[in-house]
Write a protein that binds this ligand. Sequence first.
Ligand code: PAN
Ligand code: ZN
Length: 192
Amino acid sequence: MKLFRPFNVVVDFETGNLTPGKKITRYLSDIQHFFLDKEKVKAVLAKENPLVYEVIYAEVPEEPGHLAHCTTIIYPGKVGNEFFFTKGHLHEKLETAEIYFTLKGQGRLIMASPDGEECEVLEMFPGSASYIPPSWSHRSVNVGGEPLIFYCIFFADAGHDYATIDKTGFPKVVLERNGEVVVENNPNWKKA
Ligand code: PAN
Ligand code: ZN
């Protein structure tokens, strides 16, 4: 068997940059269908299409035994009173867990069981290491005024199922009400 060589990447805790890495970008238009206020989404998109988040991956083979790792940077912003968030997903291999280590900013990590009946929301803050157990879908939300930056480690062959969340959404939403961060039931959530 060919030996895979050890390697370093460097993570910048201030910017979330990971080098060398491969970047993907998600704009509001990519996640617009999840937001509660459809009119506000339309109004924002009529003017601009803001960058909501970026993910920068270390290049690792998507094979059993390997650990994939990346940084995520969610920019501060809201649509109406709903904070910017990631798409969110289940792992195709449901039995694979993940860890999110927050480097900068303030966030919430929404997790749900596959049928959505169970839902938990953890706080994300510098130094928090959030454990996403096997089977839980996960979405992160930036609730602060600066970028939310976190480092993720997951099984490289886990695979990402976005289609389920596209259909169901998450059971909870994270909103700003009177200057407070609140978690509420998502009226648009559909049971899987
Ligand atoms: C993370 C996420 C990353 C972006 O690395 O992929 O934060 O979120 P979405 O993938 O939902 O757009 C992870 O959970 N990997 O498995
Ligand atoms: Zn994941």
